[in-house]
Design a protein around this ligand. Structure first.
Ligand code: ADP
Length: 218
């Protein structure tokens, strides 16, 4: 896309397809995705202090405290790459404090958001999606035991690496993540709605969702 770099937030409950859309926007438009969940999981994998701390919350489906989350994302946002190429944020901001912190960071950098896309689906569909979800340990491709099984059980079709079930895709953690979406993140949607930035998109088919997002950006 020519012109100003894209600065977009994807917001929505767990399992709604934020990661899928962020990956499509990256591969087709070249915008850099910034997923707080992916960053936390790589910190856990690398066994950093931040990863060790975040793990306790993530395994239970609870939000990691605002202070560390904001610091982690601020470090990645305050860069020349972000200024030049923009970003697609996925999973951040998730609380009002995080939304206000993001405003401050963008103000400092003299940048503004183009759009906030709220991806939406009924809760029963989200539960079913999360309960069978499998991810590739290497390339991040997402599968589902029923809706999108890999060709060979337990292995990624794209890169042949082993697949894994996220520890927070257990029923109790899923319920906690949905609860925190309603209690914390819904007000972030209202905040962007009041600013006239929010676009509601029903998140059923990934291709049509992608085209709808791109149309809203035009
Ligand atoms: P999902 O959207 O499917 O719940 P994510 O991969 O975005 O999954 O996040 C996984 C977990 O990482 C969350 O349940 C939470 O524990 C933690 N996390 C991610 N982003 C944030 C955030 N902005 N603030 C607090 N915790 C976060």
């Amino acid at each position: 896309m020519a012109g100003e770099p894209l600065r977009l937030i994807l917001i929505g409950p767990p399992g709604v397809g934020k990661g899928t859309q962020a990956a499509l926007l990256e591969s087709r438009l070249g915008v850099q995705p910034m997923s707080s969940g992916v960053i936390f999981r790589s910190e856990i994998e690398a066994e950093t202090d931040l990863g060790r701390m975040a793990r306790r919350y993530i395994e239970h489906g609870e939000l990691v405290p605002n202070g560390v989350t904001i610091e982690m994302m601020a470090k990645r946002l305050r860069t020349e790459a972000v200024r030049k190429h923009g970003f697609v944020l996925d999973g951040f901001p998730r609380t009002m404090r995080q939304a206000e912190a993001l405003d401050e960071i963008l103000d400092e950098m003299d940048l503004h958001l183009n759009k906030v896309v709220s991806l939406e689906l009924p809760e029963s569909v989200l539960m079913a999606r999360l309960a069978g979800r499998l991810g590739c340990t290497k390339c991040g491709e997402i599968y589902h035991s029923v809706n999108k099984p890999p060709r060979r059980p337990g292995l990624c079709d794209k890169c042949n690496s082993p697949l894994f079930v996220r520890t927070d895709d257990q029923p109790e953690a899923i319920l906690e993540r949905l609860r925190s979406f309603h209690e914390e993140t819904q007000s972030v949607c209202d905040y962007y709605e009041a600013k006239g930035l929010l676009q509601h998109v029903e998140s059923d088919n990934p291709e049509s969702v992608y085209h709808e997002i791109v149309n809203h950006l035009a």
